[in-house]
Design a binder for this molecule. Structure first.
Ligand code: ATR
Length: 270
């Protein structure tokens, strides 16, 4: 509420665009950060249906005090056609999760899911460069992470997924974009990998199966998650018990916030 009370005519406005809207988290993340960093800005939820997306984006473009927005379902792909520029990751992934207006009211969109993951790993002391990576899952988050891992120079990337055709398709797309990285689709056997990443939803629910057989993990390996809640997912607990290093899901989110804030023009250290 404090952020609301400090709103004046000079306050810069940002949005979080979605449909449905109730569940979005960005405003409750950004508003405390605006306050913490002494930034005169506010982020509001923008409940926009698909059919009104173009009208709303063009309306926002016409408002000079509107800086940009976090973009979530169902707009991550459709909003791209209203962007004037798309960043490299957004183009590769085929979806954007944030977009900001520049000084000329050009809308610049990009996807920071994967960069957030890679930056979070780096900040925790786990650079992915030259590492052999096994990624479990081939959904939306996996797609973004796969391109960012390749972009960050992993030595190899193996993708495994319940629906193997999706792993094949993603591996082919990443290989085509990054010919110098060895990319393939295979089973979930962690032997021979430096880093194993769970990008599936397995671990969100207490009764979920594990995404891989923990008895196959080796103590020199790092096991990373993208699930934030619960923090200690069953696979992380099992990896810890095997003596592996582990990396939680939270840093990916924090670093995405930092990247989005950067495009909005603010330097928020996470
Ligand atoms: P997100 O956007 O969070 O990545 P998503 O695109 O729905 O979500 O992807 C979910 C991932 O978790 C997929 O890789 C999915 O596997 P399928 O492609 O086979 O659906 C994986 N996943 C979800 N439930 C699973 C389960 N019970 N067992 C194995 N993998 C599962």
């Amino acid at each position: 509420m404090k952020a609301t009370l400090s709103i004046s005519g000079k306050t810069k406005v940002f949005g979080c665009i979605a449909d449905p809207i109730d569940h979005v988290r960005a405003p409750s993340v950004f508003n405390p950060l605006f306050e913490k960093y002494g930034v005169d800005a506010v982020m509001v939820p923008l409940h926009v249906s698909s059919k009104n997306l173009e009208t709303v984006v063009e309306g926002l473009r016409a408002m000079p005090n509107f800086g940009g927005m976090a973009v979530t379902l169902p707009h991550k792909l459709p909003i791209m056609k209203f962007c004037d520029e798309i960043g490299k990751q957004g183009n590769l992934v085929g979806a954007v999760n944030f977009a900001a207006f520049d000084n000329n009211r050009k809308l610049i969109g990009d996807n920071c899911d994967g960069t957030g993951f890679v930056n979070g790993m780096l900040a925790a002391g786990y650079p992915v460069f030259d590492k052999r990576v096994l990624m479990i899952g081939a959904g939306g988050a996996a797609r973004a992470i796969a391109f960012s891992l390749a972009d960050s120079g992993v030595s190899s990337l193996t993708i495994t997924n319940r629906t193997s055709t999706k792993a094949d398709e993603l591996a082919n797309s990443v290989q085509a974009a990054y010919p110098s990285v060895a990319v393939n689709a295979a089973s979930a056997d962690p032997h021979g990998f430096d880093i194993i990443i769970n990008t599936t939803s397995l671990g969100l629910m207490p009764d979920d199966d594990l995404p891989l057989r923990p008895d196959l993990l080796e103590p020199n390996q790092l096991v990373a998650e993208i699930i934030m809640n619960p923090e200690d997912t069953p696979i992380l607990k099992a990896a810890k018990a095997k003596g592996c290093k582990i990396h939680y899901g939270r840093p990916m989110f924090d670093h995405q916030v930092s990247i989005i804030a950067g495009l909005f023009g603010y330097d928020f250290k996470m």
